[in-house]
Design a protein around this ligand. Structure first.
Ligand code: THU
Length: 139
């Protein structure tokens, strides 16, 4: 099992923003998933000239998880960092995709300190992120 702290997972999400492809918004976002076996999978946002095809950092991370590790993992936690805004909460589409793989917690920065350092982690239970969710268990 994993011994990674929420602070460390948040730092991995921040590091993932290095690869964000954001020529249109200039708003880099990174996500880091902690899987049930302790594996960490990161993702960044990938924009497109056809704006609506943009893929958020969280969904990039989930799709990478499936591509690299298969679809049988559960997500223990998803940390999210937006370089230009803290906290950066997941959009509605990403909430639904995270729910598909049993995401239990979302970790965001509580606030960004004045010195620009990464903020302290704030953990939000997934039931609060997406109440009354529709998922695989409902089919
Ligand atoms: N974005 C994410 O990657 N994740 C979020 O949680 C919020 C929004 C991206 C999409 C787009 O590339 C940019 O942030 C501005 O919306």
């Amino acid at each position: 099992m994993s011994h990674i702290s929420d602070e460390e997972l948040l730092a991995k999400a921040y590091a993932a923003t290095e690869n964000s492809y954001v020529p249109y918004s200039g708003f880099p976002v990174g996500a880091a998933l902690l899987l049930d076996d302790g594996t960490v999978v990161t993702g960044c946002n990938v924009e497109n000239a056809s704006y609506g095809l943009t893929n958020c950092a969280e969904r990039t991370a989930v799709f990478r998880m499936v591509a690299e590790h298969g679809g049988n993992h559960k997500i223990a936690a998803c940390a999210i960092v937006g370089r230009k805004a803290a906290p950066c909460h997941p959009c509605g589409a990403c909430r639904q995709v995270l729910h598909e793989f049993g995401c239990k917690r979302v970790i965001v920065e509580s606030e960004r300190p004045e010195n620009g350092d990464l903020g302290a982690p704030a953990s939000i239970d997934f039931e609060k992120i997406l109440p009354y969710a529709f998922g695989p268990e409902d089919l």
